[in-house]
Write a protein that binds this ligand. Structure first.
Ligand code: GLU
Length: 418
C-alpha cells in the first residue's frame, strides 16, 4: 500500500519515524500500523472561474491516527501538494500532538493550487467545494482543520460557514485559526511564530551557542516567519536577514522588523523594503549567523546546501524543512537542529486553546493565551532537551520518540480493534 503514498515527503517522514521507533523497545506491530495513515480521502473540486470556465482542483484529507483524540491538522493550498506529502504531514501531526500532550490525533489536508492565482471569489468557491467534499469526515469531535501554508483565517471562516450551513446551526469548533469575531482565539495568529521564538530563546540559553550580539536569519516571511521575527525583536534578539519567494534582504546590524512587516503588508514583498542589502534565496540560507530559522517550505535544507550552512543551530519553523540526509550532515558538522514538531508546535497548542474555548463558549484574554502557550512551549522544550541529553541522541530523535511513545502507550491501552 505504501506505493500509493509514493512521494519524497512521505519517504522522508517514514524514514525519520523508523529511525525513532527503532530506538523504542515496545513494538507489537505498532510500527507497521503507524507507517500508514488510517484513512485517506481524495476529492476533486470543480470551480467556476471568474471568466466562466470550469477548473478542477485535486484535494486530500489524510487522517493518520486518532488514538489520543479527534484528528487535528492544517489545510495547505500549494501547487506541489500531493497525497504523499499530505500523508507525511498528517503523520508528523500525530507525533506533534503526542509530544505536546494534547488530546488529538494527526491529520492534514491539502489542495493542489497556487492560491495567489485565484481571485477572492474563486478562492471562496474552491474552499466551499473542498469543504463540502470532505464534510462527511470532519467535525468538532471527529477532525478539526486549521490553517497551514497558503491558507488563512478567512479560509477557515468559509470552512466553518460551509460546515455550519450543512448542520443548520453554527459550529465554530469545526476549525481553529478562525477570525476572532466568529469564535477564533486571541493570540492564535501569532502563536506559531511566538512559539518558535520562545524555543529559540531557550535553545540559545541552554546550549550557549551564540556570539554577542546573537544574529538570526529567517527564511520565509509569511505568518510563521514574520511573527517569529517580531517576537525575537521584542526579546532584543537581532534578525539580520529575511526573505520570501521573490528574494531577501540582509543587514548585519539587524533589520527593523516591525517596519518590514508593515512594508510587506502594504506592498507585498520583502525586497520592496528599501533598507538592507539584497540577497538571493540561496545566499540567505548560507549567511553567517547563530540561528537559521527555515519558516516556509519543506526540504529547503538538503544535501547540497547543508555542507555550506554557516549557523550554530537550525530551528525548524516550517514542517519538514530539513531532509534526512541534511540532518546527518548537520550532525557531523555539529550544527544543532531543533525539530519542527517541537519548534512549531505553538500554532497547534493555541488551536487546542481555541477548540476548548469554543466548546466552553468561554473566551480567554490574549495575555492568558500567551502565558499558557509560553508555559507549554518551555515545558516541552525542557522535556525534549533533557531526554536528548539523557539518551545522548539528537533533539529530533528525542522529540519523535517522546511523541511516538505517548501514542504507542495509549494505543496499547486501547488495543487493536476489533
Ligand atoms: N498547520 C499547523 C501545523 O502544522 C497548525 C495545525 C493546527 O493548528 O491544527 O502545526
Amino acid at each position: 500500500m505504501y506505493e500509493l503514498f509514493n512521494s519524497v515527503a512521505f519517504r522522508e517522514a517514514t524514514l525519520q519515524f523508523e529511525r525513532a521507533s527503532r530506538l523504542l523497545t515496545e513494538d507489537d506491530g505498532l510500527v507497521e500500523r503507524f507507517k500508514l495513515p488510517q484513512r485517506t480521502l481524495v476529492v476533486s473540486c470543480p470551480v467556476r472561474m471568474d471568466d466562466g470556465t470550469v477548473k478542477v482542483f485535486g484535494g486530500y484529507r489524510v487522517q493518520h491516527n486518532q488514538t489520543l483524540g479527534p484528528y487535528k491538522g492544517g489545510i495547505r493550498y500549494h501547487p506541489d501538494v500531493d497525497m504523499g506529502e499530505v500523508a507525511a504531514l498528517a503523520m508528523n501531526m500525530t507525533w506533534k500532538c503526542g509530544l505536546a500532550e494534547l488530546p488529538f490525533g494527526g491529520a492534514k489536508g491539502g489542495v493542489a493550487v497556487d492560491p495567489r492565482t485565484l481571485s477572492h471569489d474563486e478562492l471562496e468557491r474552491l474552499t466551499r467545494r473542498y469543504t463540502a467534499e470532505i464534510l462527511p469526515i470532519i467535525g468538532p469531535t471527529k477532525d478539526i482543520p486549521a490553517p497551514d501554508l497558503g491558507t488563512n483565517p478567512q479560509i477557515m471562516a468559509w470552512i466553518m460557514d460551509t460546515y455550519s450551513m450543512a448542520q443548520g446551526y453554527t459550529v465554530p469548533t469545526v476549525v481553529t485559526g478562525k477570525p476572532v469575531i466568529i469564535g477564533g482565539s486571541l493570540g492564535r495568529e501569532e502563536a506559531t511564530g511566538y512559539g518558535v521564538a520562545y524555543v529559540t530563546e531557550d535553545a540559545l540559553r541552554r546550549f550557549k551557542r551564540y556570539s554577542d550580539p546573537v544574529k538570526v536569519v529567517i527564511q520565509g516571511f509569511g505568518n510563521v516567519g514574520s511573527y517569529t521575527a517580531h517576537k525575537l525583536n521584542d526579546m532584543g534578539i537581532k534578525v539580520v536577514a529575511v526573505n520570501d519567494v521573490y528574494g531577501g534582504i540582509y543587514n548585519p546590524n539587524g533589520l527593523p522588523v516591525d517596519e518590514l512587516m508593515r512594508t510587506v503588508r502594504e506592498k507585498g514583498k520583502v525586497d520592496d523594503y528599501a533598507g538592507g542589502d539584497k540577497v538571493t534565496n540561496d545566499e540567505l540560507l548560507t549567511l553567517e549567523c547563530d540561528v537559521l530559522i527555515p519558516a516556509a517550505l519543506g526540504r529547503v535544507i538538503n544535501k547540497d546546501n547543508a555542507p555550506r550552512l554557516r549557523c550554530g543551530m537550525v530551528v525548524e519553523g516550517a514542517n519538514g524543512p530539513t531532509t534526512a540526509e541534511a540532518d546527518d550532515i548537520l550532525r557531523e558538522r555539529n550544527i544543532l537542529v531543533i525539530p519542527d514538531i517541537l519548534a512549531n508546535a505553538g500554532g497547534l497548542i493555541v488551536s487546542y486553546f481555541e477548540w476548548v474555548q469554543g466548546l466552553q463558549e468561554y473566551y480567554w484574554s490574549r495575555e492568558a493565551v500567551h502565558d499558557e502557550l509560553k508555559k507549554r512551549m518551555k515545558n516541552t522544550f525542557i522535556r525534549v532537551a533533557d531526554y536528548a541529553e539523557k539518551e545522548n541522541i539528537p533533539m529530533r530523535l528525542a522529540a519523535l520518540m517522546l511523541g511516538i511513545s505517548r501514542v504507542s502507550q495509549a494505543k496499547k491501552l486501547r488495543g487493536l480493534y476489533p
